[in-house]
Design a binder for this molecule. Structure first.
Ligand SMILES: [Ca+2]
Ligand SMILES: [Ca+2]
Length: 277
């Protein structure tokens, strides 16, 4: 059976209050030292002016030498280009790409963050809108307002697990990621409570980004009876690829062993695609 425990009563939020103390320092009047420095600089400037003529002559010679070196280098570069025709063509192609990027930047674009999940906080009616659910027991849909933990956002949350028998709960949603997406981030709230007391993993819940064939793209969270929380806990993950123009699947799956339930809760999700338009 699904075990409903008084989770909230045991999860007391602790309000931490940080305080800081400003620290100050004494200022130092260094005006006397400045006066001395100015006098010293005046003497040094006179000396520098005397040396200026000689320095100019030296610099002129150096400039002539540099010009000669530059000519030689240019000649070498021309010979190299002529010999390596393929390399020159490749360089030109790379340059074109860089110019195109620069033109996009010059033209300007507006960076927009688009939340792509349907019913991200699970609160739309009818209950479960936008999500494909495979509950262990149809009488206990995963998206629910049943007791166990007060919703982070009312009236509904997702609840996987909580079974004291072998059971699997799963749900997912397929999401079209816009072309031009430069960053893809999942954020939200989760909570884990367990009746297990041992140090081994008995009950698990995995959150994964998959392709629409079920193949793993990237793991989001691997939760278990060993990763309990003290109430709702924020999480955020920026995926290693933005998956621009692809359809991806956000997938949740819990697995319970034969006894001692572990419950996994999720709420107030958002899948943010950052797009430059
Ligand atoms: Ca909610
Ligand atoms: Ca268990």
């Amino acid at each position: 059976m699904r075990v409903v425990r008084p989770l909230v009563a045991s999860w007391l939020a602790v309000a931490a209050c940080a305080s800081g103390t400003e620290s100050g320092g004494d200022s130092v009047d260094a005006s006397a030292g400045v006066d001395a420095a100015i006098e010293t600089d005046a003497a040094a400037t006179d000396a520098a002016a005397t040396d200026a003529a000689a320095t100019d002559a030296t610099e002129t010679d150096a400039a002539a030498t540099d010009a000669a070196v530059t000519d030689a280098a240019a000649t070498d570069a021309a010979a190299t280009d002529a010999a390596a025709t393929d390399a020159t063509v490749t360089d030109a192609m790379v340059t074109d790409a860089m110019v195109t990027d620069a033109m996009v930047i010059d033209a300007g674009c507006t960076t927009m963050v688009l939340q792509r999940l349907t019913n991200p906080a699970f609160d739309l009616t009818p209950m479960g809108t936008g999500w494909v659910q495979t509950p262990f027991n149809a009488a206990y849909p995963i998206i629910t307002d049943q007791d166990g933990l007060a919703e982070h956002t009312a009236p509904y949350k997702a609840w996987l697990g909580g079974w004291d028998e072998p059971a699997t709960d799963a749900m997912y949603q397929d999401i079209a990621i816009p072309a031009g997406t430069t960053q893809l981030t999942l954020r939200g709230q989760y909570a884990v409570s367990t009746s297990e007391t041992g140090t081994s993993v008995y009950d698990t819940c995995n959150v994964e980004l998959r392709n629409t064939s079920g193949g793993l793209l990237q793991s989001v969270m691997a939760l278990s009876n060993r990763t309990t929380t003290t109430g709702w806990t924020a999480f955020q993950l920026t995926f290693s690829s933005p998956h621009a123009g692809q359809t991806v699947r956000l997938h949740f799956r819990s697995s319970s062993d034969i006894s001692l339930a572990t419950a996994f809760f999720f709420d107030s999700l958002a899948l943010d695609a950052t797009v430059c338009q």
